[in-house]
Ligand binder design. Structure first.
Ligand code: PLP
Length: 374
């Protein structure tokens, strides 16, 4: 079945005895135990499982072409659960410009519990190999990276990791499975902040892990999901399933509009450099073309001038909202270093834009006036 069809039909039949075309929200926290005693297939208690979470997990596993999935209360919670599945003393290799919140989670929480980590330039296999230690267990890929839009060759890294017995995880939040399928390229786990394109309307916080195969490690992470307790509500899972039904069509729009906005920015005299893998001039364009079927809706760019000029440009937008996060139907942008705060390695003239689904002419008109106010 093709992506669009799976997105619309997958997961509907799970715990849906009335065969409702749209399964209802199940707010109950408890489920009745059979008269003969507890059965392993009982839902039992909502932290362990509930119909809406199982429906969404089935749907996202299908879309990422994995064997099993777990939904969490946020993207960070999903990443933390994955790392908690490792042992104290294990070493993880991450991109130097990994999403700033994940860097903070690793540095401030996981490392205090004994995890070791190296943050490196992941665009080079040589650097990855050099960063490996006898304790290395996991390579964390984020491509395109946030916010520098660096491209990592997923299948090359997965192959290298396999040859050394390491696991790989790919944060697929930005491209979404509509544009990129890391499990098909050899990665073991896909991570999502479903707060972004899966939610798609800037009104849900969530995360997910999708595993290529069900195995002992998966069971350990499942225990962390259920007993760590960072799970999404049935309402949020229901909303996520609902918005995932239109993911393909929203991503087509994001892909198309971002390409137009990136070309506009690339030609503008006040823009010094555009980071967007869809541009032929981007250093990762050839690899991106190989592993992505579309380039997504995210762009970052450096302006000519200084930090205050960048803040002023963002401050002048009228249609484009000044906000962090991404993946909503509305276009948003931000002076990224200000959002990342202490420890940010983002250049102070960088603006990050999440291109939405308004008419691209209107987005570009607002950018024009923000660059050149009259
Ligand atoms: N991964 C990426 C690429 C992100 O951009 C974000 C959030 O911005 C996260 C993970 C974390 O997700 P959440 O905010 O849902 O915890």
């Amino acid at each position: 079945m093709r992506f669009e069809t799976k997105a619309i039909h997958s997961g509907l039949e799970i715990h849906n005895p009335s065969k409702a075309i749209i399964p209802p929200i199940s707010p109950s926290t408890i489920y009745e135990i059979g008269a003969a005693g507890r059965n392993s297939s009982d839902l039992h208690y909502t932290r362990l499982a509930n119909p809406n979470r199982l429906q969404f997990e089935h749907l996202i596993a299908d879309l990422e072409e994995g064997e099993t999935a777990m939904a969490f209360s946020s993207g960070i919670a999903a990443g933390a659960a994955l790392l908690q599945g490792l042992n104290p003393g294990d070493h993880v290799i991450l991109p130097e410009d990994v999403y700033a919140g994940n860097r903070k989670m690793v540095n401030d929480i996981m490392m205090r519990w004994g995890l070791k980590a190296s943050f490196i330039d992941m665009t080079s296999l040589k650097h990855i190999e050099q960063a490996m230690t006898p304790d290395s267990k996991l390579i964390w890929i984020e491509t395109p990276s946030n916010p520098l839009m660096k491209i990592t060759d997923i299948s090359a890294v997965a192959q290298l990791a396999k040859s050394k017995g390491l696991l790989t995880v790919a944060d697929n939040t930005w491209p979404t499975p509509f544009n990129q399928l890391p499990l098909q390229l050899g990665v073991d786990v896909v991570l999502h902040s479903t707060s972004k394109y899966f939610g798609g309307h800037s009104d849900i916080l969530g995360g997910a892990l999708i595993f290529a195969r069900q195995n002992e490690f998966t069971s350990r992470v499942r225990t962390i999901q259920q007993m760590g307790g960072a799970v999404p509500s049935p309402q949020d899972c229901w909303m996520l399933s609902r918005s995932s039904r239109t993911l393909a069509y929203r991503m087509r729009g994001h892909n198309e509009h971002a390409l137009r906005v990136a070309s506009f920015l690339d030609d503008h005299s006040r823009v010094k450099l555009v980071h967007f893998p869809g541009l032929e001039s981007h250093s990762g364009h050839d690899i991106a073309k190989k592993q992505m079927s579309g380039f997504g809706g995210m762009i970052s760019f450096l302006i000519e001038g200084n930090q205050q000029d960048a803040i002023d440009i963002v401050g002048r937008s009228k249609l484009i909202k000044r906000a962090t996060s991404l993946g909503g139907v509305e276009t948003t942008w931000e002076h990224r270093q200000s959002s990342e705060g202490e420890g940010s390695i983002t250049p102070n003239t960088l603006i990050r834009i999440s291109v939405g689904l308004e008419h691209p002419d209107d987005i570009i008109k607002d950018l024009e006036q923000a660059f050149d106010p009259r």
